[in-house]
Design a protein around this ligand. Structure first.
Ligand code: GLN
Length: 474
């Protein structure tokens, strides 16, 4: 048996019945990685010896007792490498501490195991920006797995991981989950601590689960959510029982369909699958109503101003002095900064630092950054108004199924535009989930399509309930 094909719930049951031990599970998963991952590239590394030592003291009575969880390579876990898939840090940095999400995972009994590939510093929608190695979609290895948490999604789909954590700044959990046919949830901004996650855009980043089932997502979210005194933006709100939401009746649930999300640009094959899932929801008693999010057309531009501005500030710390790569070529201080960044950072990261520095510079600040902040408020208000009318919002995740590797990499703008359905949720701070809703035939492959559900602030339980109903019915 390949243990990595199991869900968290199934692995827990196998431990309870005595059929497996955490050490057996880790060795089986390592075997699956060695066999399958060279064709996928979803892992940057794993350390079996280290994990087996942790497994010796695993407490199987805990909610995630003995469950190996893979981590996107920007999540600090003490003693693990953390490269953000960047040459700036690869092979040059080992985390001296645990991120809060890792501390919480350990408290729930989980074993951090394996570092998942990603777009460098989480900048991308295809994983083609990994500075270390490409990552492929397990459903068609000529195609992208999505990004930036492409590795996290690919390894869960390829059955080389039980479950994984990723981060979502503009769609990076939901979009790869959709392209790889797994479940991925972006929590409400502030639901999960950001302490110990290498920051991309601090006002947008959130960490969340990528799993095989909605139930597993509920179990992982339960473990990682909650207040954190080391992240002042983390909400001081109690964590509800998320698994209690699963299986609840959805009759009478009001589901809003934003007309702007079903317009031009959406591939007919994707539209058909999403509409079929909506029919399923209606069959279960949910009521769908058309709504409007009128500022959607400004979302991509707003996001790429705010995200790059914040990234340019966050990435200033990678200067060749404090962390990671230091150029051997430089002969003065300025040269150390310039040469180290020139050699250590990839093209997309440089493009974003340049853009971000530009929109923050005096003379352009008011015209771009300040304006984007104002539009962000309008986008947030669109959602507040919509949620006065409906309980959840439903839409596609991505306008097309997974595209071919290389298809968009020379055209950053077309890549950015593919984020249209996911980025507004980050600008507004609301929660969102992608749940598989079927596959479409394309170029000889069957490619997964996800249904996106967006919820009110702290409305994760509503999302889990609705996604679970879709999953069970399909
Ligand atoms: N694709 C978006 C970007 O490139 C989102 C990335 C993310 O969510 N980390 O910025």
């Amino acid at each position: 048996m390949n243990v990595a094909s199991l869900t968290i719930a199934q692995l827990r049951a196998a431990y309870q019945s005595g059929d497996l031990t955490p050490a057996d599970a880790l060795k089986s998963i390592a075997g699956a990685i060695d066999k399958t991952d060279p064709g996928i590239g979803g892992y940057l590394s794993y350390d079996l010896e280290q994990a087996l030592r942790v497994a010796e003291t695993a407490d199987l009575s805990k909610p995630l007792g003995g469950v190996p969880i893979a981590l996107k390579d920007l999540i600090n876990a003490e003693g693990h490498p953390c490269s953000c898939a960047s040459k700036m840090l690869h092979g040059k940095y080992t985390s001296p501490y645990d991120a809060t999400v890792v501390r919480k995972l350990r408290e729930a009994g989980a074993i951090p195991f394996g570092r998942a590939n990603m777009d460098e510093f989480a900048m991308g929608s295809s994983n083609e920006n990994s500075g270390i190695q490409p990552c492929r979609n397990p459903h068609d290895t000529d195609r992208i797995p999505g990004g930036s948490s492409g590795g996290s999604a690919a390894i869960v789909a390829a059955q080389t991981a039980i479950a994984a954590l990723g981060t979502d700044t503009g769609g990076s959990i939901r979009q790869p989950a959709s392209h790889c046919g797994v479940v991925g949830l972006k929590p409400t901004y502030g639901r999960v601590s950001r302490f110990g996650l290498v920051a991309f855009a601090s006002s947008l980043d959130q960490c969340g689960p990528l799993t095989k089932t909605v139930e597993d997502t509920a179990l992982l979210l339960q473990a990682i959510a909650g207040p954190c005194e080391r992240d002042s933006t983390c909400l001081d709100e109690a964590v509800p029982d998320y698994t209690a939401a699963l299986g609840q009746d959805i009759s009478g649930l009001k589901v809003g369909l934003p007309k702007e999300y079903f317009a031009e640009g959406l591939a007919p094959s994707v539209k058909e699958k999403v509409e079929a899932a909506l029919k399923t929801l209606e069959g279960l008693g949910a009521e769908t109503v058309e709504i409007s999010l009128p500022n959607t057309e400004h979302a991509v531009a707003t996001y790429y101003i705010i995200a790059t501005a914040e990234a340019s500030a966050n990435l200033a710390r990678f200067d060749g002095v404090r962390y990671g790569h230091r150029s051997a070529e430089a002969d003065d201080l300025l040269g150390v900064y310039e040469q180290s960044r020139e050699e250590g950072l990839g093209a997309e990261v440089k493009r974003r630092i340049l853009l971000g520095t530009y929109v923050l510079s005096s003379g352009y600040y008011d015209a771009y950054y300040l304006r984007a902040q104002k539009v962000r408020t309008l986008i947030r208000e669109d959602f507040s108004r919509a949620f006065e009318q409906v309980d959840v919002i439903a839409s596609p995740v991505s306008p097309t199924p997974a595209f071919k590797i290389g298809e968009k990499s020379s055209d950053p703008l077309s890549m950015y535009l593919a984020d249209i359905y996911t980025i507004s949720a980050n600008l507004a701070g609301v929660c969102g989930i992608s749940v598989p809703c079927g596959t479409v035939a394309e170029g000889g492959s069957e490619l997964p399509v996800g249904l996106q559900l967006l919820g009110k602030p702290l409305g994760e339980a509503d999302l889990l309930k609705t996604a679970h109903a879709v999953e069970q019915a399909l």
